[in-house]
Design a protein around this ligand. Structure first.
Ligand code: NI
Ligand code: MN
Length: 225
């Protein structure tokens, strides 16, 4: 059971298990910290937390170029279909979809979700199970106590947690979130991309939680024990 994670910068990741490649929140065009062009992304599926441009990003272009399936909120998938994306898996928070690679679930996130003035459905966290590894990307969210319940239910190996403040939790609340979710490893995201969300990720040390700080473009082979 292992996966390779590539951090795309900001809150985006590529996750692959040797057979399947999944992009989560692939925001590359206009991302000041990105090290990869959207046209270079190869993937089978794209999982999107919400419609904001710093997450939805290059989803439509990458989906079309790869004939990839988009997993996301119902309205977000509807928009993708209108834009010519052939394959979507519309969902909503609380729902889970079994896939050939494992599963995708959407969870609550306390945030908003629109794109160019259009409502794109509920903002979500996403749980992806691939290669026997469970990844929980919290999306953009404030703190809420059901993070503990979500952690208990999905038992994530890896959790991506926003720490940038202003639009999401800042470091203090994100540390509480990490303790509630209790993943094996927490990866801080959604900081440092622009001045308003500047944070010192190396200083983010939630007690009792192992943290891995990833730089944009960095790859990490994660094997569960
Ligand atoms: Ni957002
Ligand atoms: Mn965001």
């Amino acid at each position: 059971m292992s996966v390779t994670l590539t951090f795309l910068g900001h809150a985006g990741f590529l996750v692959e298990d040797g057979g399947t490649k999944i992009a989560i929140d692939p925001f590359l065009t206009g991302n000041p910290v990105a090290t990869m062009e959207a046209s270079a992304v190869r993937c089978d599926a794209i999982v999107v937390t919400h419609g904001h441009a710093d997450h939805f990003g290059d989803t439509v272009a990458i989906a079309k170029a790869n004939d990839a399936t988009v997993f996301g909120a119902f309205e977000l998938c509807e928009y993708c279909s209108e834009m010519g994306v052939a394959k979507t898996e519309p969902m909503n928070p609380g729902g889970q979809v079994a896939t050939d690679f494992g599963m995708v679930a959407l969870t609550q996130a306390f945030h908003s979700s629109s794109y160019e003035g259009r409502y794109l459905g509920m903002p979500c966290g996403v749980v992806v199970r691939l290669g026997g590894v469970t990844i929980y990307h919290l999306g953009d969210t404030g703190l809420f106590s059901d993070l503990k319940l979500i952690g208990e239910i999905y038992q994530p190996d890896i959790a991506m947690i926003p720490i940038g403040d202003r639009f999401t939790m800042g470091p203090e609340l994100a540390a509480r979130a990490a303790q509630l979710v209790a993943p094996k490893v927490a990866i801080p995201v959604h900081y440092g991309t622009w001045p308003p969300i500047e944070q010192d990720a190396e200083a983010w040390q939630p007690e009792g939680v192992e943290v891995r700080v990833m730089g944009a473009g960095e790859q990490w082979d994660w094997g569960s024990t």
